[in-house]
Design a protein around this ligand. Structure first.
Ligand code: ATP
Ligand code: MG
Ligand code: MG
Length: 406
C-alpha cells in the first residue's frame, strides 16, 4: 500500500520537478532536411527533444534528432502515428499532408503554425488570393487552365510573363518564364502542363529582393528580424546580405508589409516573407514560408537569437528572444552542388578549404547523402564589422577558388 502511494505521490510532484531542459514538450517536425537539422542543433543547446518524420533514412536531420521516424510527411497514416509522439507538431517544409493536420487539430493535436496556415501557403495561388484579400501589395496574378486563358493573361500583363506551379514549388523549380506569346506552350510544358495546376504572375520589375523573418509567439507577440537582401541566381537563393543596404523608409515599409502578412496567418513559429522592391520604392510580396528559411541562416552567427532557436521558443511557448544583430554585418553564401557525385563533392571541399581560412566565416555542411547540381549542400556565413569587410572576405574566398581552378 505504501509503495503504491509513493508512486502516486511522485506523479503528483511531476510539475515541481526540475525539467531536463527549457521545455519538456517534444517537438515533432514534419521533414528532416537541412532546416530540420538546424532546428535539432538549436534544440540540443536547450535540451529540447526534437523528433523528425522524413522518408529518407539518412536525411540531414536524422543523426541529430532525438528520434527519426522513417516515413513520408505526405502520408496520412505516418503523420497520424508520428503525431502521437509529439507535444507539438511543426513543419520544416510546407508540402505536407495538410488534410491530416487539420483532422489531427480537430482531435486536439497542437499544430504550430496552424494547419490553416499551411493550407494557404502550400498552394501559391491560394496564398496570393489570401494576401490580396488582406490588402498586401503583390504582383498581379491569374489562374490559367489552357492556352486560351494563358494568352489572355499575356495580353493583360504583358511579357515577360512568369508562369508558376501552384504546388510543390521550391528553389524556382516550379517557375517558367515566357518571353513572348510564342513561348507560352513551351514554358507550360516545362512545368508539366496545365493539369499540374498553374497560375501566372505579372513580371515584377524589381531592383532588389528583400526578406524579413517574422517570429510569432503563442501569445501572438510578434518580433521582426532586420530586413535582409537576397540575391538569386537562376531562381535559387545564392547570397544573403544582412542588413539590407536600403534606405530606412524601404526597411520600414518592408517590415510593415511582412508583419501585416504574418498577422493574417494563424499559429506560432517563424515565418519568412520574401519581397520585391521596385525602382519607385514600392514593396511587393513574393511569397511567405511558414518556417525557418534560407534568408535567415545568417541569424545563427549574427543575431541574439537564431531563427531556429526562435522557432522552437515560439512553438513550445517560451518567450521570444531578441532579434537584433550582434555583429554589424553578415553575409550568407549557399554551397550549391556544381556537379553530380564525386566531382561535385571535390569542388565543394575546395570552397570549404578556402572558407576555413577566412576570419569570421562559419561552415555549415548539411551532410546530404547525394551531391546533385544546384542542390543546397551547405552554406557559409561570414560576419564582420562592415558589409565592405565581409564582402571583401567573400570575394577573397571566391577569387581564390577561381585561381585554384586555373
Ligand atoms: P523558394 O525556394 O524561395 O521557395 P520558389 O520555387 O517558391 O522559391 P519563387 O520564390 O516564386 O520560387 O521565385 C523564385 C525567384 O524567381 C524569386 O526569388 C525571383 O527572383 C523570381 N521571381 C518570382 N516571381 C517573380 C515575378 N513575378 N517577377 C519577376 N521575378 C520573379
Ligand atoms: Mg517557395
Ligand atoms: Mg521564393
Amino acid at each position: 500500500c505504501r509503495a503504491s502511494l509513493e508512486v502516486h505521490d511522485t506523479s503528483h510532484r511531476k510539475d515541481d520537478l526540475p525539467t531536463h531542459g527549457l521545455s519538456e514538450t517534444v517537438v515533432g517536425v514534419l521533414g528532416g532536411g537541412q532546416l530540420g537539422r538546424m532546428l535539432c542543433q538549436a534544440a540540443s543547446q536547450m535540451a529540447i527533444k526534437v523528433i523528425v518524420l522524413d522518408p529518407m533514412e539518412n536525411c540531414p536531420a536524422s543523426a541529430l534528432s532525438h528520434y527519426h521516424m522513417v516515413g513520408s510527411y505526405d502520408d496520412s497514416a505516418m503523420v497520424e502515428e508520428f503525431a502521437k509522439r509529439c507535444g507539438v507538431l511543426t513543419v520544416e517544409i510546407e508540402h505536407v499532408d495538410v488534410a491530416t493536420m487539420e483532422k489531427l487539430e480537430q482531435l486536439g493535436v497542437d499544430c504550430q503554425p496552424k494547419a490553416s496556415t499551411i493550407r494557404i501557403i502550400q498552394d501559391k495561388y491560394l496564398q496570393k488570393v489570401h494576401f490580396s484579400r488582406h490588402s498586401i501589395p503583390l504582383p498581379d496574378f491569374l489562374q490559367i487552365d489552357n492556352l486560351e486563358s494563358a494568352k489572355r493573361a499575356g495580353d493583360l500583363f504583358g511579357y515577360p510573363l512568369m508562369i508558376k506551379s501552384r504546388r510543390l514549388a521550391y528553389d524556382g523549380r516550379g517557375n517558367a518564364v515566357a518571353k513572348s506569346e510564342a513561348e507560352l506552350s513551351s514554358a507550360v510544358n516545362a512545368l508539366g502542363g496545365y493539369d499540374r495546376g498553374l497560375y501566372v504572375e505579372k513580371w515584377a520589375p524589381f531592383v532588389k529582393e528583400l526578406a524579413v523573418i517574422v517570429a510569432r509567439g503563442r501569445d501572438d507577440s510578434i518580433l521582426c528580424y532586420p530586413v535582409v537582401e537576397t540575391i538569386h541566381r537562376e531562381n535559387i537563393c545564392h547570397i544573403v546580405k544582412a542588413p539590407a543596404n536600403v534606405p530606412w523608409k524601404i526597411r520600414k515599409l518592408a517590415t510593415d508589409v511582412a508583419c501585416k502578412a504574418v498577422s493574417s496567418l494563424e499559429g506560432a513559429g517563424v515565418f519568412a516573407v520574401e519581397l520585391f522592391v521596385t525602382e519607385g520604392g514600392q514593396i511587393l510580396l513574393n511569397e511567405v514560408a511558414p518556417r525557418p528559411h534560407n534568408s535567415g541562416h545568417h541569424t545563427i552567427e549574427s543575431c541574439f537569437t537564431s531563427q531556429f532557436e526562435q522557432h522552437l521558443r515560439a512553438v513550445v511557448g517560451l518567450p521570444l528572444g531578441g532579434t537584433s544583430m550582434k555583429t554589424p554585418s553578415a553575409l550568407m553564401y549557399n554551397i550549391l552542388g556544381e556537379d553530380e557525385g564525386e566531382p561535385g563533392f571535390l569542388l565543394a571541399n575546395q570552397l570549404i578549404g578556402r572558407a576555413l581560412r577566412i576570419p569570421g566565416a562559419t561552415i555549415h555542411w548539411y551532410d546530404k547523402p547525394e551531391m546533385r547540381k544546384q542542390r543546397k549542400m551547405g552554406h557559409i556565413s561570414i560576419v564582420g564589422l562592415s558589409m565592405g569587410i565581409v564582402e571583401a572576405r567573400l570575394n577573397l574566398m571566391l577569387r581564390e577558388e577561381i585561381l585554384d581552378g586555373q
